[in-house]
Design a protein around this ligand. Structure first.
Ligand code: GCO
Ligand code: MG
Length: 402
């Protein structure tokens, strides 16, 4: 069996997606996601100029060998561009293998560990009252777990606050929008938000919050401690994690569970955090972390330390990543939760898929492979549009973390 072609498809049905389609001499094809929000074309070039030529003629069944070839063979290891390109190839090959086996991907991975995948949705509002209402709407839709982000008094454009009710899309400008950040205002506000949410809805639902890398470790510890009475499912990316050791400081001060990892690319970004039990959930997902081949190693390693998974699932990860992640989630023994930001109808039409939401859970279908396809003629109707994530500055003009 041989790979006869590998093509990169770029489409923008409301937002940009990069997809790799690998075709074989036996008529079976596989699809992988390679989207890197705001830096899409770098991955397109990496794939087209440096990866695709090496794939032609290879045996697509040799997933592990091809992974090692692309990882070791580049000499330059790791990084978001490289690992997304590897992920796209890897997922397309798993898709092919599962189709050849006539199995849904979760079966090939080892079979079901659960009936459904608990997901959390994004509730956000421009102020406290709107956010409380938004959480109520998610409860009405049947969600068991909800992430709450709110506009903060005195901060003009807080992270996580969208314009619509269901679809939040931060990469919306041809050049990065500049936002202004103030930690004091944020720290004074967030505990009030969760106090109100627990007053309004009680303790039966899981509540989550994303700090989006804004705090220093000691500020993160303070916030975690202040939120303890409201029993969060997790506090996410509460401080940057380039220095993994800095989470020791956060941990010393709070029992609020911690989640991190959406910007990690390999196990090396998370090794110290996991083996020192400095986090509770690892947020790496398929597209960001070299595909299934690498992510399942991360999950196995994490299981030794009772760290559970919590795959990143924002809209900048295409339905291909969502579908593949759901197969992974259905199998992985140390599953925690799956993020689920709904894609727009336009995106769903370009990527037909068989996963479905019901009562707070997502369910994979039984289609052989990962169950997500791409409608190429529809995709061609939406050409690439440059779109950047915002940046953040402090009130005095210094650059900060968005
Ligand atoms: C999340 C993330 C996203 C990111 C986005 C960047 O928790 O879902 O923080 O909202 O900001 O993926 O492209
Ligand atoms: Mg996040």
């Amino acid at each position: 069996m041989k790979i006869i072609s590998a093509r990169v498809i770029v489409t923008c049905p409301g937002r940009n997606f990069v997809t790799l389609k690998i075709e074989t001499d036996q008529g079976v094809y596989g699809i992988g996601d390679a989207t890197l929000n705001g830096r899409e074309l770098a991955v397109v070039s990496y794939l087209e100029d440096h990866v695709v030529p090496t794939l032609i003629g290879k045996d697509p069944r040799r997933i592990e060998d091809i992974w090692q070839y692309l990882y070791r063979g580049a000499y330059w290891r790791r990084g978001p561009v490289t690992m997304r390109a590897i992920a796209a190839v890897d997922v397309a090959l798993w898709d092919i293998k599962a189709k050849m086996a006539g199995m849904p991907l979760y079966d090939l991975l080892g079979g079901r560990s659960r009936d459904g995948v608990m997901v959390y949705g994004h509730a956000n509002g421009a102020d406290l009252g709107q956010t409380v209402d938004a959480v109520g709407r998610y409860i009405d839709m049947g969600y068991k777990a909800i992430r709450a982000q709110s506009g903060v008094p005195g901060i003009a454009m807080a992270y996580g606050v969208g314009r619509g009710t269901l679809h939040y899309e931060p990469a919306d400008a041809e050049l990065p929008t500049e936002t202004v950040w103030d930690t004091t205002k944020y720290l004074n506000f967030v505990p009030k938000l969760f106090e109100k949410l627990r007053d309004a809805y009680g303790f039966d639902h899981h509540l989550l919050h994303d700090g989006h890398h804004r705090l220093t470790p000691i500020e993160a510890g303070r916030l975690g401690k202040a939120l303890e009475p409201y029993s969060l499912f997790w506090l996410e990316d509460i401080t940057p994690a380039e220095n993994q050791e800095s989470f020791k400081l956060v941990r010393q001060h709070t029992t609020t569970p911690l989640a991190v990892g959406e910007i990690f690319n390999t196990i090396w970004d998370a090794k110290d955090l996991i083996q020192n039990q400095l986090i509770d959930y690892i947020r790496m997902t398929i597209v960001g972390s070299g595909g299934l081949t690498h992510l399942r190693r991360v999950a196995d390693f994490a299981s030794l330390y009772q760290v559970r998974t919590g795959c990143h699932g924002a809209t900048d990860l295409s339905p291909v990543t969502m579908g593949t992640a759901l197969h992974f989630d259905t199998w992985v023994p140390n599953f925690g939760i799956q993020e689920y930001m709904r894609h727009t109808e336009e995106t769903d039409a370009v990527f037909p898929h068989d996963y479905r939401f019901e009562d707070g859970f997502l369910h994979v279908g039984e289609t052989p492979g990962h169950g997500v396809d791409i409608d190429e003629s529809l995709a061609a109707r939406y050409p690439y549009k440059p779109a950047y994530l915002p940046v953040a500055r402090l009130e005095d003009g210094s650059m900060w973390n968005w």
